[in-house]
Design a protein around this ligand. Sequence first.
Ligand code: ADP
Ligand code: ASP
Ligand code: MG
Length: 422
Amino acid sequence: MALIVHKYGGTSMGSTDRIRNVAKRVAKWARAGHQMVVVPSAMSGETNRLLGLAKELAPPRQTASYERELDMLASTGEQASSALLAIALQAEGIESVSYAGWQVPIRTDSAYTKARIESIEDARVRADLDAGKVVIVTGFQGTDALGNITTLGRGGSDTSAVAVAAAMKAQECLIYTDVDGVYTTDPRVVPEARRLNTVSFEEMLEMASMGSKVLQIRSVEFAGKYRVPLRVLSSFTPWDIDIALEAQSGTLITFEEDEHMEQAVVSGIAFNRDEAKISVLGVPDRPGIAYQILGSIADANIDVDVIIQNLSKDGKTDFSFTVNRGDFAKAVDLLRSQVMPGLGAHEVVGDTKICKVSIVGIGMRSHVGIASKMFRVLAEEGINIQMISTSEIKTSVVIDEKYMELAVRALHKAFDLDQTPI
Ligand code: ADP
Ligand code: ASP
Ligand code: MG
């Protein structure tokens, strides 16, 4: 008997039929003697629907008070799906109880819409498990020190599940989704993509941080920090398949390197359409400029990703960086109203029609020429590179959004990902 955490994504929870199916699957695990904690997402489309309503009524400026209400609103999606799942389990004859984040509680900081989990109280959940109940914990949400409801950023239910698994010292965290594992790239974009049986934690971290939305980046960080065994698998297999078979399916995130990882130089291609580029033009080239620009952006709780500063000409330079598209308006507004006047910069310009494409692989460490091959492939397709960023195991480029699929397909082919036996 083991303590297992299951997480079900929006599509897997997308209708009452699907919720019933999830309940049957969870009931099967519970009947096999496991202690079960289940973390559901909102039903598919629900978070977007709620945030869309808020947008219709939104004030011109996005203040912290507005973001507080967004969290109050968006968290209801998971509250509803969690209660529905508990009800469906009760209909299966399984004792079940659902808790919102604040009831557990899952404590977070106060960064509305992208809060970070700080701690999870396990006593209440443990007492229910010991009493033989299946416990449902809402994904995506927590509570700050003042009792305000917070949410963890889009896709945040993955992080809830892994954090709960870490807090409860679960034997494994199974992330059930609408694909049957982690692929070499998004199978919706490249049908030839191949499923990986295992992927190293480091590669998964890069893939997630580069935009592969199959796992939210923070969930992978948690898994690494607390060594939570993590598996991504399909919720669309028949619910009554053999548990032993189910437990071996999908993709396991591994913490040790094995031989095949040495062989695959590039193991995946990630892409991200969620960023926008901001350029501050004609900035005086003197010490402290990057700090003045990016410091104010960081103070506004906006994450910055790729950064470049051009060579200076006549004592002036251009400074460009990317932010999440959701933060674009706020960042430009801030730069224009508060930072530019003090800097004496000419202009702040933005481009939301960009995307970032990345090649990821542990094997890149020991192979030279991988980045240049990437640049050659893109050049052959006539794709202009706007920004480049590298780490030991990834190379990313920022390009025009309209070339994204072309770039991903060409790179997937060029790095033999369609064919490499995995
Ligand atoms: P859920 O609602 O279950 O959390 P998501 O939509 O957040 O599901 O994530 C699953 C989706 O991630 C898949 O449907 C797939 O289109 C996409 N995806 C992106 N990159 C990959 C990848 N490398 N492997 C598998 N799926 C990927
Ligand atoms: N419902 C939230 C979202 O759509 C969280 C999640 O699904 O993981 O982003
Ligand atoms: Mg998701």
